[in-house]
Write a protein that binds this ligand. Structure first.
Ligand code: AMP
Length: 114
């Protein structure tokens, strides 16, 4: 999508440092980190959210990206949280599917941040 910021980052139109890249997804650090490690895993193809006809291969790549990034940043051992905000009421502000990967500090026990 021409006016989508994550399309532009994922396809290299806006330069970014990738912690992981394969043919279907990229991973890069969040601009406004909410934890010591806060990485976004983003498909190269545009899907609005997790239930927008995302191919199984893309979901598999997202899983590989999470595994690689958490290993690389040292949070695979300590634990991490994956979040996909879906829709405005859930706090989704960028309407291009992305998974937040957060860790590096205690994140609290609740599902819903206060
Ligand atoms: P969400 O609120 O779930 O849609 O998350 C969007 C996330 O994208 C927020 O955490 C933003 O800080 C992050 N973000 C927005 N623009 C950029 C950018 N250019 N580079 C990295 N992260 C970004």
């Amino acid at each position: 999508m021409s006016d989508c910021i994550f399309c532009k980052i994922a396809n290299g139109e806006i330069p970014s440092e990738f912690l992981y890249e394969d043919e279907r997804v990229v991973a890069f650090r969040d601009l406004n980190p909410q934890a010591p490690v806060h990485v976004l895993v983003v498909p190269k193809d545009h899907h609005e959210n997790f239930v927008d006809d995302v191919p199984a291969e893309t979901l598999a790549s997202m899983e590989r990206a999470v595994a690689a990034v958490t290993r690389e940043t040292g949070i695979a051992e300590t634990g991490f949280r994956c979040i996909m905000n879906t829709g405005a009421a859930a706090g989704q502000t960028v309407m291009h599917l992305h998974m937040h990967v957060l860790g590096g500090a205690p994140l609290g026990e609740g599902l819903i941040p206060s």
